[in-house]
Design a binder for this molecule. Sequence first.
Ligand SMILES: Cc1cc2nc3c(=O)[nH]c(=O)nc-3n(C[C@H](O)[C@H](O)[C@H](O)COP(=O)(O)OP(=O)(O)OC[C@H]3O[C@@H](n4cnc5c(N)ncnc54)[C@H](O)[C@@H]3O)c2cc1C
Length: 389
Amino acid sequence: MDAMSHRDDPHADLREEVAKLCARFPGEYWRRMDEVRGYPTEFVNALTEAGYLAALIPEEYGGAGLGLSAAAAILEEVQRQGCNGAACHAQMYIMGTILRHGSEAQKSEYLPKIASGELRLQAFGVTEPTSGTDTTALRTTARREGDKYIVNGQKIWTSRAEHSDLMLLLARTTPRDQVAKKTEGLSTFIVDMRTVLDKGLSIRPIRTMMNHNSCEVFFDNMEVPAENLVGEEGRGFRYILDGMNAERLLIAAECIGDAKWFIEKAVNYAKERVLFNRPIGQNQGVQFPIARAYAQMRAAEAIVQKGLEKFERGERPGEEANMGKMLAAEASWAAGEACIQTHGGFGFAEEYDIERKFRETRLYQVAPISTNLILSYLGEHVLGMPRSY
Ligand SMILES: Cc1cc2nc3c(=O)[nH]c(=O)nc-3n(C[C@H](O)[C@H](O)[C@H](O)COP(=O)(O)OP(=O)(O)OC[C@H]3O[C@@H](n4cnc5c(N)ncnc54)[C@H](O)[C@@H]3O)c2cc1C
């Protein structure tokens, strides 16, 4: 066992299988995708066929019925092997909203097809250009008209919208000035994008610093059948919040995987690269940033582990999910920084994959929730200080 494996890991076999699958998608594959900003369809199909993206879907709906720690192990391993789970990670957690709050008809209609790969649920339409983190200020509206809703507005950063069949959409069904609390009056919908594309829905990709297939989406009198409302009208914000701990723990697991990938690369290179008649890793100036990133990664991993255990016991791991996400994103960034520095000029050469992973992992200090908002959560909800916004 190497230094970065998990001791007494209940998911060791699962990780090994995921690693084998990932070996079919080496650095060249990701570099090519990165260059053309392509969607890694073959990789996503392989994960789907192996059942990994349906890890959290209960067996009665065709999934593997595994716990969140198994899903975290899958995503961590994907990142650790140098692949990019961002192409599909959302499918793992978005479906939780349908599972927890959807009707039996919605669950039996969608979950088996998502599990089999017949339908992709990759798109999550929450963020808007004017509201950003202030989610309840979103402006997209859904107005009930008979047996359908008419949706108008715009989302931004709707990742994978072009590569998904379904979108989970958050829209306002009651104006903000007509609800007692701003968190009320928002509703969640399953949008079958295949039926409305270019008929009320348009999608525009946004080129970003890394390959993330993110988009702007526009709704112009887009019709959504009323039966696609998830749960009760007006309670959508609560449903989205319910999924956030799982989302944060899974993203944290990805960052831990990234950190391990960077640390492993850095350690190997530090041992191999000989200058002034000795390996560069013999210099403390080279060793210490790597060792520090390792310590940061291990600390984050312990918190994430605690969060996963709480989640699987049915408790609310808000504190661990938030801290774990922040610490893991900082650890992966520290590890990326140490890795690029250890490699000197070669860290910038595309063929080493380091600069690509460096760009990819930076995102997680901003999305799906930025560091400041995590600190606000801790300040207010854990430490009891006044709400800051
Ligand atoms: C590549 C990418 C993919 C994404 N994918 C999705 C997706 O699939 N679906 C989706 O809905 N969204 C997605 N997002 C959106 C992401 O969740 C938001 O970018 C993120 O929540 C931050 O919101 P914002 O960009 O509007 O920044 P803002 O909310 O405008 O914040 C800007 C800065 O101000 C800080 N700030 C804001 N308010 C406060 C405050 N009260 N106190 C202290 N600091 C504050 C923030 O921390 C941040 O650093 C994605 C974003 C990116 C870049």
